[in-house]
Design a protein around this ligand. Structure first.
Ligand SMILES: C[S@@+](CC[C@H](N)C(=O)[O-])C[C@H]1O[C@@H](n2cnc3c(N)ncnc32)[C@H](O)[C@@H]1O
Length: 254
């Protein structure tokens, strides 16, 4: 999928808040190497650099658009174009950090143990993923998708929620890690502007579906999606739109 850094970063404050909540539970004091998997435009990576200024910081992502933006903002960080599933570091990091990226990959049963194995013994594997796939913001894509105008293109893209329940990750990681902490946070995101929930999802999950459609179906699909979200997330009397968003956090010491 082609990423649009500008659309993604329009909600940078909401998207970065979980980075701080995840980092708060990573007690690494003076790590030598820190890697940010699925680093995107590098906003979280730069926070990692500020947190551990003495560490060699690497950002890994498969999107050339996102990496170009990341490089421009922080040329002193090592930016690596790679698929996360194939990534194997020459030297294992003390902190392997990944914010809002691993839900894009399938096969978490094998992916999570494989990534935990890339962390230096005694180091930390820290993960945040959205856990909002049953909310109207995401379910509406499936609901609109069954319209006969585009069903054949959209239906093959519909999958089970990629982020699993906490127990799944506990059973997977507890036998291979020294300590493990898993929790959910639901943020009540207060958004402003026109169709802000649709704009938010258009920065991440929606383009994958829009890209499957040619015009005019693409614009018609998006218009229908926006109309339904306006009803699902009505404006409050003060003009704000409330968008509750649940996220899953995992911190493992390896
Ligand atoms: C929602 S963005 C998160 C970016 C960043 N971590 C942040 O917090 O701002 C997801 C990122 O994961 C990357 N990504 C998705 N699947 C990937 C894969 N298989 N390998 C590498 N990067 C991937 C995308 O290119 C995108 O930049």
């Amino acid at each position: 999928m082609a990423w649009n850094p500008q659309q993604y970063l329009a909600f940078a404050d909401h998207r970065l808040r979980p980075v701080f909540d995840l980092l708060a539970r990573v007690p690494a004091e003076d790590p030598n190497r820190v890697t940010d998997l699925g680093c995107g435009a590098g906003n979280a990576t730069r926070i990692l650099q500020q947190t551990w200024p003495g560490a060699a910081i690497t950002g890994v992502d498969s999107s050339p658009e996102m990496l170009a933006r990341a490089r421009k903002e922080a040329p002193d960080i090592a930016w690596v174009e790679s698929d996360i599933a194939a990534w194997r570091p020459a030297e294992k990091p003390d902190v392997l950090f990944t914010n809002a990226a691993l839900h894009w990959l399938d096969g978490h049963e094998s992916l999570f143990p494989a990534l935990a194995a890339q962390v230096k013994p005694g180091g930390y594997f820290a993960v945040q993923m959205p856990a909002n796939f049953r909310a109207p913001s995401h379910r509406t894509i499936e609901d609109v998708g069954i319209d006969p105008r585009w069903r054949s293109a959209i239906e093959p893209l519909i999958k089970d929620p990629p982020t699993r329940e906490p127990e799944f990750y506990y059973d997977l990681l507890s036998p291979i890690t020294a300590s493990l902490e898993i929790w959910h946070i639901e943020y009540l995101q207060v958004l402003r502007g026109e169709d802000p929930v649709a704009e938010f999802v258009k920065g991440s999950w929606l383009p994958h579906f829009l890209e499957a459609l040619a015009e005019p179906a693409r614009s018609e699909f998006e218009a229908e999606y926006r109309a339904r979200l306006r009803a699902a997330y009505p404006k409050r009397p003060d003009g704000a739109t409330l968008f509750p968003f649940k996220r899953l956090f995992i911190v493992a010491r390896v």
